[in-house]
Design a protein around this ligand. Structure first.
Ligand SMILES: Nc1ncnc2c1ncn2[C@@H]1O[C@H](COP(=O)(O)OP(=O)(O)OP(=O)(O)O)[C@@H](O)[C@H]1O
Ligand SMILES: [Mg+2]
Length: 112
């Protein structure tokens, strides 16, 4: 099993969520976060002065999935979150040792 943590533009969340649902990827955790990439945010002008906004609002979506589902999920996220402009976001994938569904006590892939 893998954990997919993706940071996307907040206005892409609805499209990504809908597309994931269509491929049967249902469980997720969504957080509003702030972040920056290699451009370190943006510079904004306010009353004639330039201010550096170094952390921009982003949306983080966390999904734990079967390893065999990961490629399909990643493709779906990229397809639905991409604008081609800087700041589109990232996807981080890491291993997950165990999952437990608290209601039933099921474990592993059965608990996803
Ligand atoms: N190395 C990183 N570690 C953790 N979070 C990151 C990292 N890079 C980007 N992020 C997160 O992803 C968000 C979007 O990053 P962004 O798409 O701007 O990355 P980038 O590397 O600057 O690529 P691009 O050149 O396309 O803008 C950031 O605001 C931050 O929340
Ligand atoms: Mg960037």
């Amino acid at each position: 099993m893998k954990k997919i943590v993706t940071i996307i533009r907040p206005d892409k969340l609805e499209d990504v969520k809908q597309a994931l649902e269509e491929i049967g990827c249902l469980g997720m955790t969504v957080k509003e976060v702030k972040g920056r990439g290699i451009q370190l945010g943006i510079t904004e002008s306010y009353r004639g002065t330039d201010y550096k906004v170094d952390l921009l609002p982003k949306t983080q979506v966390e999904i734990v999935a079967k390893t065999e589902e990961v490629e399909k999920i990643v493709d779906t996220i990229v397809k639905n979150a991409q604008t081609g402009c800087i700041g589109d976001g990232k996807i981080f994938i890491s291993p997950v040792e165990e999952v437990v569904r608290i209601r039933t006590g099921e474990r592993g892939e059965d608990a996803i």
